[in-house]
Design a protein around this ligand. Structure first.
Ligand code: CAO
Length: 455
């Protein structure tokens, strides 16, 4: 005997008028008890509404975009208790049936978040919402995807629809909007990266094939619960630099190799030069020597002066060196063009001018383009070693910290030597560890005896 059941939105806590963002079943579908029927998304949480019993979907009463509250009728279900689901269900339905019904609290580990807090009040417990059904994931990849480790993504219905139209799994996208919300630009950036070969097919993650990051959503913390706070927007430079740094950190397999260069003689020479210089000449800086020494090392080890382009390595025959400048608005990297054709004094003059323009926010975009290799010098500030992030599409970056007098064994005794800590981060897809150690050793040798630059 079959009967028609009106399925209504259950108690969803304090939420009302919550938008339906996805209807997960169609009329005629067989569903099992607890199978998700549709997804709702409030500004705090996403949740799936499960079917209270097994049966066949007779009619769907809501469409994506409709707003529902507790008690709204969403589906008419013909209960067919005796119907053997396995015989009736299509493969897609089976896959959808396999969609895990974990409460969010179970699917997210780590510190509790607002999202978890919100979810915890919901009854029935919300699902790891809005993951595409297994059927969708299968369609994308051809591989059925266990989703027990999937977590909720935040995106508006229009962004979800946009992503669906393009065949993108929003679960794979990191949101850059408020509270980690996924924007249309995030979807576009994801597709762009995927097209450039930087990302795996979206299903590879779900299928456990080893690609992608499959990260938990960003923790949503109500900081005001813990004390007074003030929200300030990130500067434009920070936003742009942050997105670039993030991409570079995630997409490039970094290794950092450290070395100490004995700059005792070089520093004495630098000080002497500055004493001799007339007042109009720019101060000769350690940075200018480092740029010149880096050019010598790039010439000696040309694989450091390359960029990856698919399966090709582009070897550059020019030497444009970028240097990081710390400005009130964030980090920028102006570029000294043709550093191989310039003297240390000229490089010092140019770095000073570019750094000044950077601090005044007056750098033109062409003054930040075309770099082959970058130097990030924290020497004037302090530190010993650090891990600079490679400035893609370059393949290496040199981090420099503060030089310090150290006791160095000369074979007979310890001598006080001025040692400069160097940290070379390199793209391990392009450069091997031994090559990096050789590059560093060569660079240190040039800095120890700057006459080697002429070789
Ligand atoms: N060890 C010891 N002292 C150093 C040094 C080093 N490696 N490098 C510079 N100094 C000293 C200089 O001798 C100078 O001292 P005096 O004022 O007594 O002459 C002082 O530090 C300032 O140095 P500088 O005027 O030569 O400037 P700089 O070349 O060190 O720095 C610039 C220029 C643009 C690199 C710097 O201003 C800057 O912005 N650095 C920060 C870069 C950054 O943020 N990197 C992190 C990016 S994250 O990867």
């Amino acid at each position: 005997m079959s009967q028609i059941i009106e399925i209504k939105v259950p108690d969803i806590g304090d939420y009302a008028d919550v938008p339906v963002i996805e209807v997960l079943v169609s009329p005629g579908d067989m569903v099992e008890e607890e199978q998700s029927l549709l997804s709702l998304e409030s500004d705090k949480a996403t949740m799936d509404i499960p079917s209270p019993s097994a049966g066949r979907v007779k009619e769907i009463k809501v469409k994506p975009g409709a707003r529902v509250s507790q008690g709204t009728v969403i589906v008419l279900l013909e209960s067919v208790a005796e119907a053997p689901l396995a015989e009736h269900a299509s493969p897609a339905q089976e896959a959808a049936t396999n969609r895990p019904q974990l409460p969010v609290a179970q699917s997210i580990v780590g510190a509790p978040t607002e999202q978890q807090g919100a979810s915890a009040n919901l009854s029935p417990p919300p699902r790891p919402a809005l993951a595409p059904t297994s059927a969708e994931a299968t369609a994308l990849t051809g591989v059925a995807s266990p989703q027990a480790d999937r977590t909720a993504s935040h995106a508006s219905p229009s962004v979800r629809q946009f992503a669906r139209e393009l065949g993108v799994d929003v679960q794979q996208i990191s949101g850059s909007g408020p509270k980690g919300r996924i924007t249309q630009d995030d979807v576009r950036a994801y597709i762009k990266a995927a097209l450039q070969g930087g990302l795996p097919a979206s299903g590879a993650v779900a299928s456990g094939a080893g690609g992608g990051l499959n990260l938990l959503p960003w923790p949503q913390v109500a900081f005001t619960k813990f004390g007074p706070v003030e929200a300030k927007p990130l500067s434009r430079i920070k936003k742009i630099a942050g997105a670039n740094l993030h991409r570079n950190w995630v997409m490039i397999p970094h290794v950092t190799s450290n070395e100490d260069a004995d700059i005792t003689e070089l520093e004495a020479f630098r000080v002497k030069l500055n004493q001799e210089n007339n007042k109009t000449a720019a101060k000769v800086t350690m940075l200018a020597f480092l740029i010149k020494a880096s050019v010598a090392a790039l010439k000696q080890y040309p694989s450091f002066n390359t960029s990856l382009d698919g399966d090709n390595l582009i070897y550059k025959q020019y030497y444009h060196i970028g240097f990081a400048v710390d400005t009130p608005n964030g980090l920028v990297v102006p570029v000294i063009r043709d550093a191989d054709q310039k003297g240390v004094q000229e490089i010092a003059q140019e770095t000073a001018e570019l750094a000044q323009l950077a601090r005044e926010g007056k750098l033109k975009s062409d003054q930040m383009q075309g770099g082959c290799f970058s130097i990030s010098s924290l020497g004037g500030i302090g530190g010993t070693y650090f891990t600079p992030i490679i400035n893609a599409p370059e393949v290496a970056i040199l981090g420099v910290c503060r030089s310090a007098l150290s006791p160095v064994w000369d074979g007979q005794q310890f001598m006080p030597r001025l040692m400069l800590p160097l940290s070379l981060s390199y793209d391990h897809r392009v450069i091997d560890g031994a090559e990096a150690a050789r590059f560093n050793a060569y660079l240190a040798a040039v800095l120890a005896d700057f006459r080697r630059v002429t070789l």
